[in-house]
Design a protein around this ligand. Sequence first.
Ligand code: PGA
Length: 248
Amino acid sequence: MKIVITKSKQEASLYVAEKLMNVLASKEHPTLGLATGGTPKGVYAELINAYTKNETSFHHAVTFNLDEYLGLDLNNKQGYAYYMQENLFKYVNFNPDNIHIPNGKASNPEKECQRYHELIKAHNDIDIQLLGIGTNGHIGFNEPSDQFYLATHITTLDEQTRKSNARYFDSLEAVPKRAITMGVGEIMDSREVVLLALGEAKQDIMEKLLNSKTVDPKLPASVLHLHRNLTVVMDEAAAKKYNKKVRT
Ligand code: PGA
């Protein structure tokens, strides 16, 4: 595991964006695993900025998003398909046919999970997977549990997750109770993983994650200790309680 601590959110976002751009430049058909939430917004802003300066291109890339709420369709403003359009896709040159997000409105969600898993495998897994982390240690919507779920599956959202995400909805009641998420197996099969944690709200979970080497499904991100090509990127606020400092 490589740990990078930056002075600012912007520096951290630029560092991660550069990692994605390196993969974009190095492969004929790079496969990007993308995340949503507050954390990656700065990364996407840096990618858009680089694209407008002709420093990168997405025409050849394939994307797989981590998750989507069950019951929200493509145009729902709280959905992750909408989020991706608004925060990245509409500003750059992805081929829309190469963008993949679980369909939260699928008539048969179990089948949708199977389809998504097979699609990732058909693309020979993900080259670089971007992850945020929940304050409860979730990655994607792999919530604390007694077991790890390897493949894309339907998950019941933790109350802590629903409360954290209520800020994007009109009320806590409006936050869906279930979602489709990539499993930890597909995440671990990614050739490179970048976990980004920003802000003071993440300092406790990052201390817990980094100071324990135990792999425990009650802290889903802990599975990443077993990944061979993992970079953890934090700004100073997220790293505050973590004792070893490694500067960029
Ligand atoms: P956040 O969410 O980026 O909005 O903090 C991260 C996550 O839940 O994975």
